[in-house]
Ligand binder design. Structure first.
Ligand SMILES: Cc1ncc(C[n+]2csc(CCOP(=O)(O)OP(=O)(O)O)c2C)c(N)n1
Ligand SMILES: [Mg+2]
Length: 330
C-alpha cells in the first residue's frame, strides 16, 4: 500500500473522502453548466475545472466557523466547502431571484453569502485583495480570532490591488492568506508573456512575507501549505503568499475559443494530470476509496446536480419592480 499522507497531516479518512466529494461536486456542477450554456439555457459559465484540488485543499485548511473567504470567479470548490449548495450555484447560473450571491443580478462567479462568511467581490479582478486585508484589520480591531483567505489568478497578481494589499498586510502583520491560483493563462496570454519572474511566490520577499509555490493538483500539499499559513496568521506572524500551480482545463469562459491560442497537445497533457483522477488514485492506493464507492458517490452527485438544475430552472426570476433594490436608499 502507498504511504498514507493524509494521516500525517491530521486528516481522517472521512475528511479526505469529503474533500474528494467536494472536488467531484464542483466538477460535475461545472460540467452541467457548460451543457446548459450550449443548450441556450444559461448565459455564461466561468470554470473551476482543473483548479478544484487547490480550491478544496485550501478551504479545508481554514476554520469554517470563523474565517472569511474572498474568492475569485473560479472558486466553486472554495464556496462549496464553505457551505454554498449545488442548488444555490445553479440558481446563480440561471440568474434567478433566489440566488444567494446577488439575487440573479450579477454574472455567475461573483460569489457572496453572508451567513457563510463568503465576501462578495466585484468584476474588476483583484479588488478582493484589499478587501481581504481590510476584513483582517477589522477582525484585529474587534479582537476576533479570524484569518482571511483571498484568491486571484496569476494574471491578476499584476494589478496594483495585489501589491498594495500585500504590502499593507505585511507591514501590519495581518492574518491574510494570499493564494494565487496559477493556471498558466490570463485569457489568451500565457504565463511567460504576463510576468518576467520565475514564480509569482518570489514576489513575497519584496513585501517581507513568506512565499511558497506548490503543486495545485495535489489537495494535500495545498492543505498543508494553507494550514501552516493560517497557523502563522493566528499566531500574529502576518500574511503568507501561496502560489498553487494548476492548469485551466477549459477555455477562459463560455464565450472564449481557446483553439485560437493554445495547442491541443498541451491541453491533453494537462488533462492527463487531472487532479480529480490523481486524487481518486491516491485514495484507492491507501485503501480509503474503492471503485464501488466512487461509483456510488458519482451517482449521488449526479442526482444532486439533476435536482439542483431542475429546481433552478423552474425557479422564478426577480420581479421587475425590484430592479432598483440596493441601488438607491429606500
Ligand atoms: C481590472 C480588470 N482588467 C481586466 C479584466 C478582464 N478580465 C477578466 S478575467 C481576466 C484574466 C485574468 O487572468 P488570471 O488572473 O490569470 O485568472 P484566470 O482567469 O486565469 O483564472 C481578465 C483580463 C477585469 N475583469 N478586470
Ligand atoms: Mg490565470
Amino acid at each position: 500500500m502507498a504511504e498514507n499522507r493524509h494521516q500525517a497531516l491530521g486528516l481522517s479518512d472521512e475528511n479526505v473522502l469529503e474533500m474528494f466529494r467536494t472536488m467531484l461536486m464542483a466538477r460535475r456542477i461545472d460540467e452541467r453548466m457548460w451543457l446548459l450554456n450550449r443548450a441556450g439555457k444559461i448565459p455564461f459559465v466561468i470554470s473551476c475545472q482543473g483548479q478544484e484540488a487547490a480550491q478544496v485543499g485550501a478551504a479545508f485548511a481554514l476554520d469554517r466557523e470563523k474565517d472569511y473567504v474572498l474568492p475569485y470567479y473560479r472558486d466553486m470548490g472554495v464556496v462549496l466547502t464553505f457551505g454554498m449548495t449545488a442548488t444555490e450555484l445553479m440558481l446563480s447560473g440561471f440568474a434567478k431571484a433566489e440566488d444567494p450571491n446577488s439575487g440573479g443580478r450579477q454574472m455567475p462567479g461573483h460569489f457572496g453569502q453572508k451567513k457563510n462568511r463568503i465576501v462578495t467581490g466585484s468584476s474588476p479582478v483583484t479588488t478582493q485583495v484589499p478587501h481581504a486585508v481590510g476584513v483582517a484589520l477589522g477582525g484585529r480591531l474587534e479582537g476576533k480570532d479570524l484569518v482571511t483567505f483571498v484568491t486571484f489568478g496569476e494574471g491578476s497578481s499584476n494589478q496594483g490591488d495585489f501589491h498594495e494589499g500585500a504590502n499593507y498586510a505585511a507591514v501590519h502583520k495581518l492574518p491574510v492568506i494570499f493564494m494565487c491560483e496559477n493556471n498558466k493563462y490570463a485569457i489568451s496570454v500565457p504565463y511567460e508573456k504576463q510576468v518576467a519572474c520565475e514564480k509569482i511566490s518570489d514576489r513575497a520577499l519584496g513585501y517581507g512575507m513568506p512565499g511558497i509555490t506548490i503543486d495545485g493538483n495535489d489537495p494535500l500539499e495545498v492543505y498543508a501549505a494553507v494550514k501552516e499559513a493560517a497557523d502563522r496568521g493566528r499566531r500574529g506572524e502576518g500574511p503568507t503568499l501561496v502560489e498553487a500551480i494548476s492548469y485551466r482545463l477549459t477555455p477562459h469562459s463560455s464565450d472564449d475559443d481557446d483553439r485560437a491560442y493554445r495547442e491541443r497537445d498541451e491541453v491533453d497533457a494537462a488533462k492527463a494530470k487531472d487532479p480529480i483522477i490523481s486524487f481518486a488514485a491516491y485514495l484507492k492506493e491507501v485503501g480509503v476509496l474503492t471503485d464501488e464507492k466512487e461509483k456510488e458517490m458519482n451517482d449521488e452527485i449526479a442526482k444532486e446536480v439533476n435536482e439542483a438544475t431542475e429546481y433552478a430552472e423552474n425557479a422564478p426570476y426577480a420581479d421587475a419592480e425590484s430592479a432598483l433594490k440596493h441601488v438607491y436608499a429606500e
